[in-house]
Design a protein around this ligand. Structure first.
Ligand code: TNX
Length: 509
């Protein structure tokens, strides 16, 4: 029997020959053996309910009598996010040490269910038969992220929630929100209402602004948590700060704020470390954002601060990272932050150079490890989702999308053809916290355009983040599995870019 088409590929899959499938009958029950499993059980029941004309009841039964059983079992996997999934004609059982593992198990089960389940309910129930299978699974990396740039282009809470649902399909577990940049400030800070006044009124190309109130942000965080994603807020400092500078005059030595900016240049703005007002600002902003954020991380950017001298940059980073760490969070910064030898211990570096490190990006990245931290890899020539597709044609808005500064366009073969362990020389597997795929939005205007750039390459990056290292990833096999995933996206009404694998341009490692 052919193995089922799953992305990311699980650690082990057995499909017993000739075994009968599980058939969902009317009146089937989702049984949770523990109360903590109830929310995940609810998600599964909702999904099944779309086909069967009525969601199965979710019942709590420690005796586990039912058709689809979700149970917490410390022995099911070594990793909290791991799980076991068994499908037989007698029923479906998912076991995991933690609800996040159950959630990932449900995402795997989802890919075994008929695609028709994903479409809005038609008049007739969809028959549900699930092939018999035994899966044992756990992630390679603990951090599997997507970044959304809501500063260049604002996305509403509802749009972000929808994107969270979509990336959760691929077992992504962190949502990095790039909340501030030259073109807009998107998070309310009580101490500085002008940030979300004039500071939030703009975006790239003058296409309107927007921001998240504390309540909006809390909704995003809660929705992400319900899909087992942790929100990582980024306040980009000291560069990428024109929106703040245009809103808060005291951040200038002369007290005069410049006009807002709606272009796409980078590297022209910077906070001045010599001004007391800068430090009041950094303390209040980081303090408030940290207090709003239940997750363990606070990202303070640090990239492309080209308007700041080396001495000022180092002075800024030493003090700003200390303030950030003082909030109790683990600090994350783009790899430039590694220029500083005075990082709080454990600071995480996010690498964004190419698969072949440019300039001194590798040394800066190793600096985090030398200072007790770990690394998130976002090699821009394979993992940046805003980079154009080769021969991508127009996006769903009838416009070409993407940039190509990261060594030219990125094919699906590129996005799938790299090994995290072979990017930055000198990093051990244990130094790598994980992988993140950023979606910058200079060229993106709408939710379908964002989806079209996210998929299919996120599927490739998510598999690299989750699935075991394999010396030679099987691109053709991946492309076949992607056909099934794409059919699911189509049924869900999610836009997807070109799924041809294209040629690999990169030499990774
Ligand atoms: C570089 S990579 C940036 C962003 C841009 C992106 C466009 C990095 C840390 N900064 O400011 O949006 O390129 O691809």
């Amino acid at each position: 029997m052919p193995l089922p088409a799953l992305i990311p590929a699980p650690v082990s899959v057995e499909a017993p020959d000739g075994a009968a499938p599980f058939v969902l009958e009317p009146g089937a029950r989702v049984v949770v053996a523990h109360d903590d499993a109830r929310p995940v059980g609810g998600l599964l029941a909702d999904l099944l309910g779309r086909a069967t004309g009525g969601a199965p009841a979710v019942v709590h039964d420690p005796a586990r009598r039912g058709d689809l059983v979700l149970e917490l079992d410390a022995a099911a996997a070594d990793d909290d996010e791991g799980y076991r999934l068994e499908v037989a004609d007698s029923g479906v059982r998912i076991a995991a040490p933690h609800p996040s593992g159950l959630h990932h198990g449900v995402q795997t089960l989802r890919q075994l269910l008929p695609v028709a389940l994903e479409a809005s309910a038609g008049p007739d129930p969809v028959p549900v038969a699930v092939p018999a299978v035994r899966i044992a699974d756990a992630p390679r990396f603990a951090y599997r992220g997507v970044m959304l740039d809501v500063a260049r282009r604002f996305f509403t809470v509802e749009q972000v929630e929808r994107l969270i649902d979509e990336v959760a399909l691929l077992k992504v577990n962190h949502l990095h929100l790039h909340l501030t940049d030259d073109q807009g400030w998107r998070i309310a800070v009580e101490a500085y209402p002008a940030l979300t006044g004039v500071g939030a009124s703009t975006s790239v190309d003058g296409r309107g602004g927007g921001h998240y109130s504390a309540a909006d942000y809390a909704r995003i965080v809660a929705h992400a948590a319900s899909r087992h994603l942790t929100v990582v807020p980024e306040v980009d400092l000291p560069g990428h700060t024109h929106a703040a500078l245009s809103a808060v005059p005291e951040l200038h030595p002369d007290g005069v704020a410049p006009e807002p900016y709606e272009g796409v240049d980078v590297g022209f703005s910077g906070l001045d470390p010599h001004l007391p007002a800068t430090w009041a600002f950094v303390e209040r902003v980081l303090g408030e954002v940290a207090a709003m954020t239940p997750g363990p991380y606070l990202h303070i950017g640090g990239d492309e601060s080209l308007a700041t001298s080396d001495a000022d940059y180092l002075a800024f980073v030493a003090r700003a990272t200390a303030i950030a760490a003082g909030t109790g969070k683990t600090v994350i910064g783009w790899h430039e932050l590694g220029r500083s030898p005075e990082l709080p211990r454990g600071t995480i570096g996010q690498y964004w150079s190419w698969t072949t490190p440019q300039d001194d990006s590798a040394a800066r990245t190793r600096s985090f490890v030398a200072q007790g931290g770990r690394v998130i890899l976002s090699p821009s020539d394979v993992a940046y989702l805003d980079i154009s597709y080769p021969d991508g044609g127009d996006g769903p808005g009838g416009r070409p999308l993407g940039q190509d500064w990261a060594n030219g366009p990125t094919s699906l073969a590129d996005a799938y053809g790299w090994d995290p362990a072979r990017i930055v020389p000198g990093l051990a597997e244990a130094d790598i916290l994980g992988i993140e795929a950023p979606l910058w939005t200079e060229t993106i205007r709408t939710l379908p355009e964002a989806e079209w750039m996210l998929f299919p390459r996120l599927a490739a990056v998510a598999e690299i983040a989750w699935s075991p290292a394999s010396p030679e990833r099987d691109l053709d096999g991946f492309a076949r599995r992607l056909d099934a995933f794409r059919a699911r996206l189509d049924a869900m009404g999610v836009a997807c870019g070109p799924t041809g694998t294209g040629a690999a341009h990169r030499v990774a490692g």
